[in-house]
Design a protein around this ligand. Structure first.
Ligand code: SF4
Length: 136
């Protein structure tokens, strides 16, 4: 039986979502996918409500709400992440788009990336390039 509880969970405004997909990869749990051109939380159990997706949304379509939902399932999220990584290069597999540092181009498989905003765009910066951005 699914345990339900009041907790934080991602909310997506369909009207504001432009289907860019920028929120899909930041979700480490694989809870968000594009369905018919719009971002959707595909399963409540996969969303931990951490909100990493929020920073990358260029339209403000994402928010975190507190409501009754199925409890977060750590095991299911780990399985989904493994599934996405395994299917990364397989056509038709779950989308796992490797992101890159906007400054040096290193990908997330080789570097730790942080979401950031620059010149009105949502993007990523790696741990190596971040200090230069902070200190000039
Ligand atoms: S980042 Fe925002 S606009 Fe883009 S797909 Fe996700 S919810 Fe939609």
């Amino acid at each position: 039986m699914t345990v339900r509880t009041v907790r934080s969970i991602a909310k997506i405004d369909d009207e504001l979502c432009n289907g860019c997909g920028l929120c899909v990869t930041p979700c480490a749990e694989g809870a968000i996918e594009l369905v018919d051109g719009k971002a959707k939380v595909i399963s409540e159990e996969l969303c931990d409500g951490a909100g990493f997706c929020l920073a990358l949304c260029p339209t403000g379509a994402l928010s975190i709400e507190k409501r009754e939902a199925a409890a977060f399932d750590d095991e299911a999220a780990a399985g989904r992440t493994a599934e996405k990584l395994a299917a990364k290069d397989r056509p038709g597999g779950p989308a796992a788009i490797e992101q890159h540092c906007f400054a040096c181009g290193r990908g997330e498989m080789d570097a730790v990336l942080f979401p950031c905003r620059t010149k009105g765009a949502s993007t990523w910066v790696c741990a190596k390039c971040l200090p230069a951005l902070i200190h000039g």
